[in-house]
Design a protein around this ligand. Structure first.
Ligand code: FPP
Length: 224
């Protein structure tokens, strides 16, 4: 049976969920946050060590300012209200991406990472202002600066995901089959699961079904 150490998720469909339910896109993001909490709890139950959530991409800056501000303030509120609970539940928070937000949010993010850095039960990686292509360029530039050989090991050691095993599973909700510049290097051998449901409707039952399906897959990694 395939072990699962790391699940990555593209949480797509909040905006459509908000509009479909005769509300606003922003209410969809709020509902999406409730799903985040449920899926974190379910990840712990399944003894999975890493969960990576795509919360804000480098391309998301192209959205209307009002929606960007809403998403970032939701994140700030989430950090303030949940970080003690994270810590109590032995969850480590790590940000993947460069912190280019307001001074207040940048410092909250750093504080949250520092506070939870020794926790061992689950590592939640929040991809924020994250784009896989920039991450690769950033790593290659660092190798050049450190005069290191360009090798797989050196390149991986200079990605945001240093020391994090590659995800075995990617889930993308929202009925769209694309990777949207997410963990392109790290997902070379990842099994992809595309779900019709919008992220706020995705639940623990759906998640567990995917984990069970994954366990049945024969993974060859190029062998036969
Ligand atoms: C994609 O849905 C979702 C996002 C761009 C943001 C994800 C954010 C959350 C789940 C809530 C906040 C999370 C944290 C951890 C604070 P979309 O808006 O692209 O949906 P659409 O495809 O229907 O437009």
């Amino acid at each position: 049976m395939n072990p699962i150490k790391h699940v990555a998720i593209i949480m797509d469909g909040n905006g459509r969920w908000g509009l479909k339910n005769k509300k606003s896109r922003n209410l969809g993001h709020e509902a999406g946050l409730r799903t985040v909490e449920k899926i974190i709890a379910e990840t712990i139950k399944n003894k999975i060590k890493y969960l990576t959530l795509f919360a804000f991409s480098t391309e998301n800056w192209r959205r209307p300012k009002k929606e960007i501000n809403f998403l970032l303030s939701l994140l700030q509120k989430f950090l303030l209200s949940k970080i003690n609970e994270f810590d109590k539940n032995e969850i480590k928070l790590k940000i993947l991406g460069t912190k280019v937000f307001s001074n207040k949010l940048n410092s909250e993010l750093k504080k949250a990472e520092a506070k939870t850095s020794n926790n061992k039960k689950l590592q939640v990686n929040l991809a924020l202002n994250y784009g896989s292509k920039s991450e690769l360029i950033y790593s290659i530039k660092k190798l050049k600066k450190k005069r290191l050989k360009i090798s797989i090991k050196n390149l991986e050691d200079n990605l945001f995901t240093k020391n994090i095993p590659d995800p075995e599973i990617l889930i993308r909700t929202g009925d769209t089959k694309r990777l949207s510049n997410f963990l392109l290097w790290q997902m070379a051998y990842t099994e992809l699961f595309f779900e019709k449901k919008l992220w706020p409707d995705f639940n623990g039952k759906d998640y567990n079904r995917i984990l069970r399906e994954f366990k049945k897959i024969k993974r060859n990694f190029g062998k036969i």
